[in-house]
Design a binder for this molecule. Structure first.
Ligand code: 5GP
Length: 178
């Protein structure tokens, strides 16, 4: 079995590029069908989704726009104590259908915060599209409409996902060796 070393950890091949691309194409076809006649705005969440977003967008046949965003969260004066802001949002999403492109949904907290923040911009709809989902780890109720692959709880790298910012540049996805 193929293994790679990323810094101090060993990872084992778990999802080959061919399988990833098949699932990306399947999800893109679902989006093309569901959003026929509309012009969605894709919001790709940096850093981990950059390769997924590139492959997904090239399968999208709809007139569409994409923005690469980051969710910033800092302490401040608000009712919840945290101020959240979407950085890099350079398209007006008011009244537009939005599709969030995420690398992996783990506890779901990042996506829950992202949804809450984006709702303040009054889009006509928001859907989540993730490359990977760890269903056993979901802590919040979240509607993940588009998902390419579901995986177990183990830590993975590759195809854009990192371990300490390394390992994003592999074509396949690898799971940490136990
Ligand atoms: P959540 O808020 O859903 O718990 O976390 C989502 C974020 O955690 C992802 O966008 C990703 O950056 C990171 N993450 C969660 N699981 C993994 C994993 O197995 N590998 C890597 N590289 N990042 C992960």
């Amino acid at each position: 079995m193929q293994t790679i070393q990323v810094k101090d950890k060993k990872f084992v091949l778990s999802i080959p590029e061919k399988e990833i691309l098949e699932q990306v194409a399947r999800v893109a076809a679902e989006i093309n069908r569901d959003y026929a006649g509309q012009e969605p705005v894709f919001l790709a969440v940096l850093n981990g989704s950059f390769i997924f977003a590139a492959d997904l967008l090239r399968e999208i046949t709809l007139p569409s726009q994409i923005s690469f965003v980051k969710l910033a969260s800092y302490d401040g004066v608000s009712t919840t104590g945290k101020i959240r802001e979407v950085l890099g949002l350079n398209i007006d999403i008011t009244g537009r259908p939005v599709i969030i492109v995420e690398d992996i949904v783990d506890t779901g907290l990042t996506m829950a915060h992202m949804l809450e923040t984006l709702e303040g911009h009054n889009p006509s709809s928001i859907a989540i599209c993730t490359l990977l989902l760890k269903p056993e780890k979901l802590k919040v109720k979240l509607d993940v409409k588009y998902r390419c692959l579901e995986i177990p709880n183990d830590f993975i790298v590759g195809y854009g996902l990192d371990y300490d910012q390394y390992g994003r540049n592999t074509r396949d996805i690898y799971t940490i060796e136990k």
